[in-house]
Design a protein around this ligand. Sequence first.
Ligand SMILES: NC(=O)C1=CN([C@@H]2O[C@H](COP(=O)(O)OP(=O)(O)OC[C@H]3O[C@@H](n4cnc5c(N)ncnc54)[C@H](O)[C@@H]3O)[C@@H](O)[C@H]2O)C=CC1
Ligand SMILES: CC(=O)C(=O)O
Ligand SMILES: [Mg+2]
Length: 479
Amino acid sequence: MNQRNLDGNSIIIRLEMTTKDIKFGEVASAISEAGGDIIAIDVISTNQDVSVRDLTVAVTDSQDNSKIIDAVRELKGVSIVNVSDRTFLLHLGGKIEVTPKTPIHNREDLSRVYTPDVARVCSAIADEPGKAFSLTIKRNTVAVVSDGSAVLGLGNIGPRAAMPVMEGKAMLFKQFAGVDAFPICLDTQDTEEIIRTVKAISPAFGGINLEDISSPRCFEIERRLNEELDIPVFHDDQHGTAVVLYAGLINALKLVGKSITDVKIVVCGIGAAGVACSNILLSAGASRLIGVDREGALVRTQTYESEVWTDYAARTNPELETGSLRDVIRDADVFIGLSRGNLLSREDVQSMAADPIVFAMANPVPEIMPAEVEDIVAVMATGRSDYPNQINNVLCFPGMFRAVLDCRATEINEEMKLAAAKAIAAAISDEERSRYYIIPSVFNDKVVKAMRNRIVEAAVKTGVARRVPREQTRESEEL
Ligand SMILES: NC(=O)C1=CN([C@@H]2O[C@H](COP(=O)(O)OP(=O)(O)OC[C@H]3O[C@@H](n4cnc5c(N)ncnc54)[C@H](O)[C@@H]3O)[C@@H](O)[C@H]2O)C=CC1
Ligand SMILES: CC(=O)C(=O)O
Ligand SMILES: [Mg+2]
């Protein structure tokens, strides 16, 4: 696939051609001159006079769309019936639905799934609330909760606009780990109201995945919910990202022959993801870690309004470096971006130490595009699925929640996160590891299974599992 297709979208143009006035080759040349690649042609109907076709055209950005459409519109003998964007088509009507497990054929079925017989099941749960795990969707269902305040790198775009991301996560939960997930976007950004609401909806769920809630509110919301609920609450932008980042860094450092205890690491964007990623690296032994946000490097000699930053500065930047990203990135071995797109320049990367590792993880646009530094980095990773080395929390949350639902964990602790990171890193053997392959693909079906078993083991060992899944022992032996 060429770079144009990797970077862009595609549109489908349905056009009607009058055969006496124009040949298809002329349409194809006009599209190509306007910057589009025709990647598929479907003939919808044709007769002696008129031919209707759908052309799927790869384009780099929305500006190209109008250029291409205008170029086709100007051709004599062609009229555009409609233009559709394939991504938008995929979202029409939303991406998930609820499907019953068994059909209701007759009155007897009806009485069993609903009233009157359902009342016996309700009473059994009322007598013994723990039975909710075996007799309702709780045992396999997770709420994906957002307030729309930090959606990808798009910022505070609100709960309605956050829904496509949360629906997408629900699809991934199901496809990769068989977990049922509900997208729930709340029309409030008030910490107390979010906590109250999540607690109120929690009886239906075996776990809560908090998503795209901005810092610093996300820290308090997660802490309080974990204290007040008996099911795991996991802010994925913090811990899911940290787990996958650590897994990727284990393999990247092996490639360049450097140790986490020695390398200088610069983390850009000290928000939800940046704080959690820094924490996991510090607990793995990183000693020369510097955080940078909008106002420059965080350093303990300064005071910050945010308690989180004050605490962060106290635990990092031992050499008290000050200044902008450009200043502190000099001689760094590792750059980790969890901020916004296009913040890092080629010159910044050139000023890093030999064999630089660049993890530009902002979505959808990374801090620097791989093409700009491909020739000068040892290892490059982004959060995107259209480049090699996707460091994205999608590699963590399906396996993590599969494990906690299977063992009915009450929480997700540090041991369980480290077990997850090690299982992900170990999916790549010494022979397989390369600068383009430091992290397994989300389509590698061994990853969820390996993670699940190691996380359940850690949960049992640390006493947070309410049951040991029957297949655990057998599967652990297989791996
Ligand atoms: N690849 C992955 O798996 C993940 C990627 N991300 C990406 O990381 C980014 C941050 O996400 P969150 O931590 O959830 O958001 P957040 O809103 O909690 O944090 C973003 C931080 O970046 C800082 N920032 C913004 N502009 C900056 C600049 N010019 N220089 C330095 N810092 C700047 C903000 O001040 C804030 O502290 C987003 O782009 C998101 O898409 C987040 C989670 C997972
Ligand atoms: C991947 C993800 O969770 C994010 O970019 O926010
Ligand atoms: Mg997110």
